[in-house]
Design a protein around this ligand. Structure first.
Ligand code: SF4
Length: 346
């Protein structure tokens, strides 16, 4: 389905400039932008993927790397196609690095998305897998309907969005997990064809404007796992965001253009997590290692065990009604009440 896009300016009768993401593509009549899902038709910019869905599923929200947002609740995950970056480790490359017509998609309306989320008892709708910012207009329309039903809207995103576009999106979203790929401009330029600074700016804007933010850092052997680079990322979170933001260090597995690279050693991830705690982060998680304890939440003041998880699945919570530590009373930054009866472990 096509729909006139938001976030573009006309340059002349035949040319437009898209400002949805920091690539600021100049697009001539009949051409698409870098992401291949926005096209200039007759001097107007259109999204080619409005309501085009490539995947849908119902998952525990922890599977989407949200540990402090309605723990133990289900989320309705939905994706489309397209991305603004070109990461060679993308697990979902078949839908992110493609173009309209090359991948099967199904049309769905905003109301149908909300109806499905309700049907499956989901507390939220999670836009994920391909880059959700590509679905800007559709997300806004779904959110307009879902908010009335008490259903939240959450994004798993690369965070590569202009502040102009983000300012018009922020009221529609409740939570984001921002996937930080590395921590230098060179890294983003060389591997992702993007930039780091706009992602940092967007992250700060989201935190400042009260959106629940979690961060993920995929640790790739010999690529972005140096103590210097990871240390810069940790220090940035501590100094520029907040120490109580949940940070996930994710284990890499061989995939796509990095299929010949080994998985991240568990010791590397545990070493990084220790460094993160020592430098001041309060909620640090190691995902995809499947060792007990690495995904648990502890009180940063008295170390009481507060939430037990395994394999990115909620197991049990030990919090007061107000999400405080039952031992020392510290308020824990968790949105929503943890579900009393957890979903079955898979
Ligand atoms: S959203 Fe697409 S068309 Fe717009 S600036 Fe980014 S890559 Fe270019």
């Amino acid at each position: 389905m096509i729909k006139e896009a938001e976030c573009y300016d006309k340059i002349d009768d035949n040319t437009v400039r898209c400002y949805l993401c920091p690539k600021y593509c100049i697009i001539k009549e009949g051409q698409t932008g870098f992401c291949k899902v926005r096209e200039n038709r007759g001097g107007r910019l259109y999204t080619l993927i409005y309501g085009e869905s490539s995947n849908q599923s119902v998952d525990a929200i922890e599977k989407r790397a949200f540990f402090h947002f309605f723990p133990g609740c289900q989320t309705f995950s939905i994706s489309s196609i397209g991305c603004s970056l070109t990461c060679p480790w993308c697990q979902y490359y078949s839908i992110s690095q493609t173009e309209v017509g090359s991948q099967v998609t199904f049309e769905i309306t905003p109301q149908e998305v909300v109806n499905l989320a309700k049907k499956y008892g989901a507390a939220s709708i999670c836009y994920t897998h391909n880059e959700p910012i590509m679905w800007y207009e559709f997300i806004k329309d779904v959110s307009n309907l879902s908010k009335g039903e008490g259903i939240k809207n959450v994004l798993v995103t690369n965070g590569y969005i202009t502040l102009e576009a983000l300012k018009r999106l922020v009221e529609y979203i409740d939570a984001v997990n921002i996937k930080v790929m590395g921590f230098s401009e060179e890294f983003y330029r060389d591997y992702c064809k993007g930039e780091l600074t706009p992602i940092l700016d967007a992250s700060k804007y989201l935190v400042k404007n009260g959106v629940h933010v979690e961060l993920s850092y995929l640790v790739i052997p010999l690529l972005n796992d140096s103590s210097e680079e990871v240390g810069k990322f940790i220090d940035w979170v501590v100094n520029e965001l907040k120490v109580d933001i949940p940070v996930h260090f994710i284990r890499f597995f061989p995939v796509y253009k990095l299929a010949d690279r080994p998985p991240t050693p568990a010791d590397t991830l545990m070493g990084i997590a220790n460094t993160a705690y020592k430098r001041g982060l309060e909620y640090v998680y190691v995902n995809n290692v499947f060792v007990e304890g690495l995904e648990d939440t502890h009180c940063p003041r008295c170390r009481t065990l507060l939430i037990t998880r395994y394999s990115s699945t909620f197991v049990n919570a030990n919090l007061t009604e107000k999400n405080e530590c039952p031992s020392c009373g510290l308020k824990i930054p968790i949105i929503g009440k943890p579900k009393a009866s957890p979903p079955k472990l898979y």
